[in-house]
Design a protein around this ligand. Structure first.
Ligand code: C2E
Ligand code: MG
Ligand code: MG
Length: 668
């Protein structure tokens, strides 16, 4: 500050005047301003000093017909009424400005006083707030609370929904607007804590009406800190009760089994995920009611439900502190901290508390699997898979037992999990290969067809045989990828061989899922067209299990028939290991039987087996099937089969499966 300004500041002591004051020099440049001017016009020493001021300068003065020189000369104060003044905060105001010229150290100065003050700008903020408040009042439930969280104001929207009257609600503590359970009160306290910290709280809140009924709001609670001691709080609320009810209803539908009232599989998955996230150890218990279908056959839906409800009651009694879910039609899954010995006690408990339906006790037993997290399996999917594997074993042994995973199971499941993981990430056509194994026609001695067998050579786990690969691929759907690889490769190979003058038929293996999930027939026909290959040169092998299921599924039968009409033939693979039903042999368009290698390999061991194999061959031929023996390894086996007039053989005695080039060489 210059000496002159210093003098002015001290002698004029204008800082006490509650209005903005600015002093200009003769040129109309700012030489001094007080604190009010600083605040209201947002001036600062660096940018304002020595500069003109927008609202009071020679041009402005002239505009108001008060030339600057006149102002400087005048000995009386001059008033400017209704000067439009822009406020630093962005608002506009009309103010009266009074000017008064004076001389100091021989120089003329002009003192200007602006009759707006902090109150005026506060007033505009208050106006703004009051507009805001009206807007909010119209569309929100609004309550004000004082420092002690007592109600000081409640708007009509709030009163209407909460059923309070203004007289009764004023002065009531905030807690009274909520339910008084411990949980609810803790919740309220958490809101108040953030308000006291000066933070806005927003979220869904459950509230209580004056009569104690529940309603839900989307709440925004705002702290209004006026000074350190002086604060009040505003609650803005929107009623969301209906949405909340709809949501709850949906959740119930999504999570609750309507018959037993137990939570369902979705909830189970969620609960397992929560446990895993929290790092909690637990036993995953999977229970499957034995022979449910036969139990069901004797009854109707009502008794079936009764059975399930009664069974649920027993589960609830016995496993009182566990999460019990209905995981399937007759499957239940529990998350429990209980030890194995206790869990296993559920079977005798069931016996001691039989379920009576129509006055008779239902002979109900369960097969169960206990899988431990994290010791046995580490994800929901793997807990489920391990459970199924264990239950399958229990069922094979007659059911009615609860079992844990054995060390063998562990290893198998871990490898399975590894293959599964790799399969999803690393199934790349370059890692797939098709090998061909020749079949020799015993009456001509020549190779007329080859069976295509897939190989997967994974970079990390090495060669995975189809016996391991196919079931997993069927389960996770990758079978489609594998299937189309096999199909395309086989068709392209047929085309290539045809060009080379090699006349071979290729048999490919297929899974039911390929027919079920996709229109396999169209795909195949399309593929054959693209490669210009003769449908007669393609054979599809299906397993007995496939045949059994296909028989019951019209769309699959239709696809098979359509392909057959085009000339594609079907062979029944692994004959003798499965369900050998005569019916599907007649219903499905099958033209060949392939007797499984496990059967062929016992041909030399027992006379009975010899007779049986002979019977199979004669039976097949009597139905006009071509009969092939698989897995022929020794001369002895070969000679016996020849004597039985088996049509053709396949096996290591002829050749191992080989790749196309090897096969071409082998044939020559
Ligand atoms: P499969 O169709 O019964 O195929 C015959 C299996 O027996 C082949 O095993 C073959 O290598 C093996 N084998 C052939 N001759 C002999 C022998 O003399 N002795 C012994 N011990 N074994 C012999 P591979 O290649 O491991 O295939 C196993 C099964 O996997 C196949 O049984 C077939 O059901 C399935 N599979 C193979 N490739 C595919 C495919 O591309 N798709 C589908 N869905 N399944 C396939
Ligand atoms: Mg086969
Ligand atoms: Mg086979």
């Amino acid at each position: 500050m210059s000496e002159k300004q210093d003098f002015l500041a001290q002698t004029l002591a204008y800082n006490h005047i509650p209005f903005p004051i600015i002093i200009f020099d003769q040129e109309g440049l700012v030489t001094w301003f007080n604190g009010h001017a600083e605040r209201i016009f947002q001036l600062n020493t660096e940018t304002a000093m020595g500069q003109p001021f927008s609202y009071m300068n020679p041009e402005q003065a002239a505009f108001h017909k008060q030339p600057w020189e006149m102002l400087l000369e005048s000995t009386d104060p001059v008033r400017f009424e209704n000067m439009e003044i822009g406020l630093g905060s962005g608002g506009q105001s009309y103010s009266t400005v009074v000017t008064k010229a004076f001389t100091s150290h021989g120089e003329r100065f002009l003192l200007t006083i602006y009759e707006i003050d902090d109150q005026a700008s506060a007033g505009s903020a208050a106006r703004e707030l009051s507009h805001l408040r009206h807007g909010l009042d119209d569309s929100f439930m609004m309550t004000y609370f004082d420092q002690e969280f007592l109600v000081t104001y409640a708007n009509p929207h709030f009163l209407k929904l909460s059923k309070w009257t203004p007289k009764r609600v004023l002065g009531k503590p905030v807690w009274q607007m909520f339910h008084d359970s411990e949980e609810d009160l803790e919740f309220v306290d958490s809101i108040l804590e953030s308000l006291k910290d000066g933070q806005v709280w927003n979220g869904e809140a459950k509230k209580a009406t004056k009569d104690g009924d529940t309603y839900w709001v989307d709440l925004t609670a705002i702290p209004m800190q006026l000074s350190e001691e002086d604060a009040y709080y505003i609650f803005l609320e929107k009623d969301i009760t209906e949405t909340k009810h709809a949501q709850k209803h949906l959740e119930e539908i999504a999570f609750i089994d309507p018959i037993t009232g137990l939570e369902n599989r979705h909830r189970l998955e969620q609960a397992v995920a929560e446990h895993i996230k929290e790092g909690r150890h637990f036993s995953f218990l999977f229970l499957d009611i034995d022979r449910f279908y036969t139990l069901r056959d004797v009854s109707d839906t009502d008794t079936e439900n009764e059975l399930l409800i009664e069974f649920t009651k027993r589960l609830r009694m016995y496993f009182s502190d566990s999460l019990i879910t209905r995981a399937g039609l007759h499957e239940f899954a529990l998350i429990t901290p209980l030890p194995n010995w206790f869990i296993e006690g559920f079977l005798p408990y069931l016996q001691q508390h039989p379920i009576y339906i129509g006055g008779t006790a239902v002979p109900l037993t369960v097969s169960g699997a206990i899988t431990k997290y994290p010791e046995d399996q580490q994800s929901f999917v793997h807990l489920i898979k391990a459970s199924y594997a264990t239950i399958k074993k229990v069922k094979e042994r007659g059911g009615s037992a609860i079992s844990t995973l054995t060390a063998d199971d562990h290893e198998r499941l871990n490898r399975k999990a590894l293959i599964e993981k790799r399969l999803v990430h690393a199934l790349d056509r370059k890692n797939l290969q098709l090998l061909y194994q020749p079949q020799v026609n015993l009456s001509t001695g020549s190779v007329e067809s080859v069976e295509a067998l897939v190989r997967w050579n994974d970079d990390e786990i090495g060669v995975v045989t189809p016996d391991e690969l196919i079931p997993i691929a069927e389960e996770n759907g990758m079978i489609h990828e594998i299937g189309s690889f096999v199909l395309e490769t086989a068709c392209a190979q047929l085309k290539d061989w045809k060009a080379k003058g090699i006349n071979l038929r290729i048999s490919i293996n297929s899974s039911i899922r390929e027919f079920r999930d996709k229109d396999m027939a169209s795909m195949l026909i399309e593929q054959m067209k693209t490669n210009n290959c003769d449908p007669q040169s393609l054979m599809i092998e299906i397993t007995e299990k496939f045949a059994l299921e296909a028989e019951a599924e019209r769309p699959i039968m239709q696809q098979m028939n359509r392909l057959n009409q085009q000339g594609v033939q079907f062979a029944l693979d692994d004959f003798g290991t499965g369900y050998a039903s005569f019916r599907y042999m007649l219903l499905l368009p099958i033209s060949s039987l392939k007797i499984d290698r496990t059967i062929i390999q016992s041909i030399t061991k027992q006379e009975k087996m010899q007779k049986m194999i002979n019977g199979m061959i004669q039976f097949g031929k009597s139905l006009d099937f071509q009969v092939t023996a698989e897995g022929v390894e020794t001369n002895e086996q070969l000679e016996l089969l020849r004597a039985m007039e088996c049509n053709s053989i396949q096996g290591y005695i002829i050749s191992h499966p080989m790749n196309a080039q090897e096969l071409e060489k082998w044939i020559k």
